[in-house]
Design a binder for this molecule. Sequence first.
Ligand SMILES: Nc1nc2c(ncn2[C@@H]2O[C@H](COP(=O)(O)OP(=O)(O)OP(=O)(O)O)[C@@H](O)[C@H]2O)c(=O)[nH]1
Ligand SMILES: [K+]
Ligand SMILES: [Mg+2]
Length: 439
Amino acid sequence: MTAADTIFALASGGGRGAIAVLRVSGAESRGIIARLAGGLPTARMASLRWLRDPTTGDALDQALVLWFPGPKSYTGEDSAELHLHGGPAVIAAVGGALAALGARPAEAGEFTRRAFLNGRLDLTAAEGIADLIAAETEAQRRQALRQADGALAKLYGAWSERLTRLLAHQEAAIEFAEDDLPTDLGDRARDGAATLRAEIVAHLADGGRGERLREGVLVAILGAPNAGKSSLLNALAGRDAAIVSARAGTTRDVVEVRLALAGVPVTLADTAGLREAADEIEQEGIRRAHRRAEEADLVLAVFAADTAPDAETLAWVTPGAVVLANKVDLAPAPGKIGGVAPLPVSARTGAGLEALRTRLEAEARRLAGAADAAVLTRPRHRAALTEASAWLAEAETALLPELASEALRAALRALGRLTGRVGVEDVLDVIFRDFCIGK
Ligand SMILES: Nc1nc2c(ncn2[C@@H]2O[C@H](COP(=O)(O)OP(=O)(O)OP(=O)(O)O)[C@@H](O)[C@H]2O)c(=O)[nH]1
Ligand SMILES: [K+]
Ligand SMILES: [Mg+2]
């Protein structure tokens, strides 16, 4: 396998459809398409062509052919799209012809990998494309589209450029101390590092919203047996996802339902009722309930309005939790539970469920709503930026110019890993361009 290979793959979904799109990319695309379609169509214009078997000349399909000469193509290489009739036999026949003409099936992500290698996009934009394809909700779509469009690439690229310049100044201060250079270059590099670090720290202080929107928000429903947790889950899901019964201890395993709330993917997890259980299966269920609550972004603490609040559930009532008084058809909701005003609801009559949904939407938006600014979306981003900011702090306080320079270089490498553009060599360019040394 080499990048010189010409590759092809089904770009549309598998199975039967009105249209299937086969994508072709690589150095041999021009010849392959010309032979398959009886000539090369005008660039970037949809042309209706008969595709023929290269050896027998048999008609394989009548297709729309789009020819994208490199470098102005998705991959940066000569590429084409074949819009076929979307049946499995058509796809197989045209795929077979492409293979016979010397193309090979692409590996997963290979088109985007080539686009990256050819400088058409950076790693964050490539991730954005993957997220866009995986997006299930509106807010996810918006976030992924912004990233695919290069919002993070622009931000991190600009930071890398600034850092390159700081490093160049710092290096110049060391290397060419004797020459006629401004003498405060080192101080300027330090100030620049402090400013840049403040921006990175502010960008990191996003409460994890972008990552959560990408992964989905986890809400754990907790409460005593028979508080009505499963009934509430079913009411929110609009279907009978979990078993409801009058017997305390009905739910043992965690029952999950996925919803979109305010465009954010939310997993609601119904759990076993919390109590001192004798039954070992129920005990395991309660252990799982606690584990899920610890992992959760939000706890929904459910109490029955006709029963005194139980200590086990009260322990989960924190300022961030949503507290519910269920069964308000049986008794009025108490004013406060564990110091928090509960939302009065009834899974039986439906009272208060609209307000509960509105509250959950607000929480989803707070935790993970799509932001207007570019937000980081992966732990990988967070790790690299945290590392970069630590090295910048190091550079600010370094006692020797050489150490400051080393720290700036390490910060630049961390940013380079983020975008996939490791630009330490660029430092020399800046030195020569800015200072014209050795001209
Ligand atoms: N009157 C009334 N009964 C309710 C309400 N919500 C649930 N119930 C009843 O309360 C009982 C327990 O409901 P579940 O939803 O199984 O309660 P749970 O909290 O999931 O119980 P476990 O799984 O055993 O922990 C069932 O008989 C429900 O029909 C309500 O709002 N009003
Ligand atoms: K029950
Ligand atoms: Mg239950």
